[in-house]
Write a protein that binds this ligand. Structure first.
Ligand code: M6R
Length: 585
């Protein structure tokens, strides 16, 4: 939650920072703000609402300077107000601070800063005040900032800026990466924020403290001086742009033909290594949150069927309930697009404490999850900016499918099957399919409730379809297990109730019989699967592809969710109350 960008170099900082904020807006869009080193003092401009409100403000157009920091906020401590927007300042105006995370001991710190006036309700404001206090005691800005950061308990990514242009950047738990350009430096919550300027990055570790002034100096607050390598990222700048698409969500849905080909470009030895680890483990636990968790449900079904062993899928936020069952013979497979989800990272740490082996399926190289796992399989689908996860989900599923084939010693066959399924992905993301689904969206757009129904792998798809539609269109959608309908939930069906039924060759007979049952109670039945049936009022044909069915069947649902959001006048890229990375518990 919250996005940070900082710049020091020769360019006009306000423009660089505003571009960066636009690329970070998916992390929060309650308010934004910017601080630029001017002469003789730091100039600050803030605005409530989306980043455009900041860019269009009068104050912003008057900003000039080559060094600055900026922030887009997802509110945690304190409401959505101009006062609570970052950057926060020292009382003498010499220091500005942006922060992402939660300072757990901010009340105690604030109590010890009685001589200072606080203008916001945020936890962040203690940081500039602590730095100011240290400087009043005679410390340099850098020493005072180091001491202030050392006193913070909790998760943080912080950048503090002094009016002389020196910046410090520190992190623990929340993401922060440095960009190294030609005579210029960037610090940001995520690489796309500065990717158009440089592809050379330095991943900061927990407790790293970087000083950006005439050069770059990094130390670790726990271990002392450190050397951090400069890596070159492979994403191209365009992958973080909307291009011809109106929204990132639609662009990312449409990209899946291409992103899946990059997922397929895996080092086969890594897939085989995971398959071997699954085989050798006494038990396997797949852990993730949200959409990534739905990929884990599919993974559980695939692995337990093929590896013939105890495989569980657990939501990250519930992991502590099973932590006592984890030991050195357990393999924990953590799945995440961002690699920064707080609940998933906490689950990983619990698993490591229990000496389990932790492997990651992750999209962001250099993320905390990547660094904290024994090794990682990368989904390789480029930056996912839309808050609703789409291309990352199908890439996670693709890796599950490849691993399942590898478990049977048939990795090459798995690659061929996936490669041929990509042709169907192409058709399902085509403009003609989007137009076809618009008709269905027109029918559903005013509905209060929709049910998605499936069994086995298709139940995972039903759950993901429900989440996708809910989070961007705000229609209530609930996934029902087909086999459970008669045990209670069929009572919800009445005349006109929309039911989207997913089926495949593996369960066609039973699931179609469920479709007839809900139809007989008046439901408006949408069928998603390989062939038409008379139970359907509306049919979405998705070819049968065995283990790849979940990859293909979710795509029309992503498109439907998008169409519903647009028809209902909602912004699919920035759903209310949500942020892309949930870095707080
Ligand atoms: O970055 P992660 O994959 O760990 O994120 C997990 C969830 O927060 C994420 O999937 C969330 O549910 C999305 N909004 C779903 O579209």
């Amino acid at each position: 939650m919250c996005g940070i960008i900082a710049y020091s170099g020769r360019k006009e900082a306000p423009e660089v920072l505003l571009n960066g904020l636009r690329r970070l807006e998916y992390r929060g869009y309650d308010s934004s703000g910017i601080a630029v080193v001017g002469n003789p003092s730091i100039k600050v401009v803030k605005a409530v609402g989306k980043v455009d409100a900041l860019g269009n403000s009068q104050g912003f157009s008057g900003l000039r300077g080559n060094t600055g920091i900026a922030h887009t906020r997802w509110a945690t401590h304190g409401g959505v107000t101009q006062e609570n927007a970052h950057p926060h300042m020292s009382s003498d105006g010499a220091v500005a601070v942006v922060h992402n995370g939660i300072i757990e001991n901010f009340r105690e710190l604030k109590a010890a800063l009685k001589e200072y006036v606080f203008y916001s309700e945020t936890d962040t404001e203690v940081i500039p005040k602590l730095i100011e206090q240290g400087m009043r005691e005679g410390k340099t800005f850098v020493d005072a900032a180091r001491d202030a950061v050392a006193r913070i308990e909790g998760r943080y990514a912080v950048v503090a800026l002094h009016k002389d242009g020196t910046m410090v950047a520190a992190r623990n738990g929340s993401p922060l990466v440095l960009g190294v350009g030609d005579g210029e430096y960037f610090a940001a919550s995520d690489i796309p924020a500065f990717m158009q300027y440089t592809k050379r990055v330095v991943y900061l570790g927990d407790y790293d403290f970087a000083v950006i002034g005439k050069g770059l100096h990094i130390e670790n607050l726990q271990t002392g001086p450190v050397t951090r390598d400069v890596s070159t990222i492979e994403w191209d700048a365009q992958s973080a742009e909307k291009g011809v698409f109106e929204h990132y969500m639609l662009k990312e849905i449409a990209e899946q033909y291409e992103t899946l080909s990059r997922t397929l470009e895996q080092d086969p030895s890594v897939i085989t290594r995971l398959a071997t680890d699954v085989r050798n483990a006494e038990s396997v636990v797949l852990v993730a949150a949200g959409t990534a968790y739905h990929a884990c449900i599919s993974g559980r079904l695939l692995f337990s069927r093929i590896a013939d062993k105890n495989v569980a899928s657990v939501r990250s936020s519930e992991f502590e309930n099973v932590a006592h069952l984890i030991d050195a013979d357990t393999l924990v497979l953590a799945v995440s697009q961002s690699g920064e989800t707080a609940d998933t990272l906490e689950a990983v740490r619990m698993a490591k404490d229990a000496e389990a082996k932790v492997v990651a399926i992750v999209n962001v190289a250099g993320s905390t999850l990547h660094r904290e796992s024994s090794y990682a399989l990368f989904t390789n689908c480029g930056p996912e900016i839309g808050v609703a996860s789409t291309k990352a989900y199908t890439a996670q599923l693709a890796l599950m499918v490849l691993t399942a084939y590898a478990l049977e010693g048939k990795l090459d066959e798995g690659r061929r099957v996936l490669d041929s399924a990509r042709n169907d992905v192409y058709n399902l993301t085509a403009v003609s399919t989007r137009e076809h689904l618009k008709e269905l969206a027109e029918t559903l757009k005013s509905m209060e409730h929709v049910f998605t129904i499936g069994r086995q792998l298709e139940y995972a798809t039903a759950k993901e379809a429900a989440l996708k539609i809910k989070e961007v269109s705000y229609i209530h959608v609930e996934a029902l297990q087909a086999g459970e309908l008669k045990h209670g939930t069929i009572a919800l069906i009445e005349k006109g109730t929309p039911c989207i039924v997913f089926f495949s060759a593996a369960n066609k007979r039973e699931t179609l019989s469920n479709a007839h049952e809900v139809r007989a109670r008046g439901a408006y039945v949408v069928g998603v699967g390989p062939e038409k049936d008379e139970a359907f009022d509306y049919f979405i044909k998705v070819p049968e592809t065995g283990l790849c069915n979940p990859i293909l069947q979710i795509i029309p649902m992503q498109v439907l969710a998008y169409q519903l959001a647009v028809l209902r006048g909602k912004d699919p890229d920035r759903p209310r109350n949500l942020a892309k990375s949930v870095t707080v518990k």
